[in-house]
Design a protein around this ligand. Structure first.
Ligand code: TXA
Ligand code: MG
Length: 351
């Protein structure tokens, strides 16, 4: 058994544990729980003091808003002052699941949740554990990923224990197994000004963060505008998620991203004393002729991007614990979940 799995805060999500967890949430404490994307660090979204404890436990800047998790569309609608037809369509199509919609916040949402913004991110998770916890608590749950700020998001319960197990306000970590998607939700902001407009224009969906719902899935509902991190720092800053403009998902070991196998060959150090690891989709993506002593971690030997996303953060953590001098990550095909994987690799490489 891994050491983290014996931790006193760790619980299997049986009825008793869920009741205790719900009581802890309503009492203003923090509970970490599995979702289908990554593990979340949950607090009562309607209690500003509880939410403040989330920021403190993660050492997260107060300007970075939290996503509020719900179990029904009605509960979501109570948290926003606008529910455009496009929101209903996306909710019907993709909830419960890895989609967060940023909408004008209602007064019941304390401003600490939104980092002072007038919009709130809403998501209905599909993981049964998350759903049971929100239902048992009887209120929406604000939950960022259950890692220290800027670090790799947790996709296994032992990652949560390693990141936050020592935090006094975190009273319980509910084990829901490894996360299905392995990357966080796709965050969108809807521009409904065009919706039903006199020009009959297509609605605009701004993707603030690439994630578990592939961009292609959104295209049938409107024009999709993916905000790039570099743009977020400049021209489109007002649209950006505050969480986009900081270095994220960072392993302690320096990580460089290379485009492809030839790029990898060029980048690899000639100095044999350096301990180097390569993170790649699969062996084929590394090309021929890698030196035998280079550690290679495949994300999916069959080249499946869904499997690769689910393994990404676990692989980054595992490589980070190997005392390597450098990690080289080979970009994956930029389609489907590959976009989210490449986004996380890029951010992990920023120093
Ligand atoms: O899959 C997920 O989204 C996970 C699970 C736990 O649900 N949660 C998660 O939360 O990844 P967090 O806090 O690590 O990342 C949420 C991102 C932040 O970078 C934040 O900037 C953006 O979503 N966000 C949240 N609310 C927003 C808002 N009102 N406006 C703009 N961006 C928002
Ligand atoms: Mg996070």
């Amino acid at each position: 058994m891994k050491p983290g799995n014996t931790h006193e805060k760790l619980r299997s999500p049986d009825g008793q544990a869920l009741r205790e967890a719900a009581d802890a949430i309503t009492a203003g404490k923090l509970v970490a729980f599995a979702t289908e994307t990554v593990y979340g660090l949950g607090a009562d979204a309607t209690n500003p003091e509880a939410v403040a404890r989330v920021f403190a436990a993660k050492a997260r800047p107060k300007i970075d808003p939290l996503i509020v998790h719900v179990t029904s569309i009605e509960q979501a609608r109570d948290l926003t002052t606008a529910w455009p037809a496009l929101a209903e369509q996306l909710a019907q199509a993709f909830w419960p699941g890895p989609l967060t919609m940023v909408l004008p916040k209602a007064d019941v949402v304390p401003s600490i949740v939104t980092g002072g913004l007038d919009h709130v991110g809403l998501r209905m998770p599909s993981h049964p554990l998350a759903r049971k916890l929100i239902a048992a608590a009887g209120r929406p749950i604000a939950a960022p990923s259950a890692n220290r700020f800027g670090r790799i998001s947790p996709t296994r319960v032992e990652h949560v224990i390693a990141e936050l197990g020592d935090q006094d306000d975190l009273v319980m970590v509910l084990d829901g197994g490894p996360c299905e998607h392995g990357v966080e939700s796709t965050v969108v902001r809807l521009d409904t000004s065009a919706e039903g407009g006199s020009e009959g224009g297509e609605p605009l969906i701004h993707v603030l963060r690439l994630g578990g719902l592939p961009v292609e899935a959104l295209e049938q509902f409107g024009k999709v505008n993916v905000i790039r991190v570099s743009e977020a720092e400049t021209s489109q800053r007002s649209l950006a998620s505050p969480g986009m403009i900081t270095r994220h998902y960072a392993p302690g070991t320096p990580l460089s991203v290379v485009a492809d196998a030839p790029g990898l060959m060029q980048a690899l150090p000639t100095n044999a004393s350096e301990r180097v690891g390569v993170l790649c989709l699969n062996r084929q993506a590394c090309g021929e002729g890698l030196a035998a002593d280079i550690f290679v971690r495949e994300l999916s030997s069959s080249g499946d991007l869904i499997e690769a996303a689910a393994n990404l953060f676990e692989a980054m953590r595992a490589m980070d614990s190997m005392s390597l001098d450098r990690i080289f990550a080979v970009s994956v095909p930029a389609t489907g979940l590959g976009l989210a994987i490449n986004d996380r690799l890029q951010r992990a490489s920023q120093r």
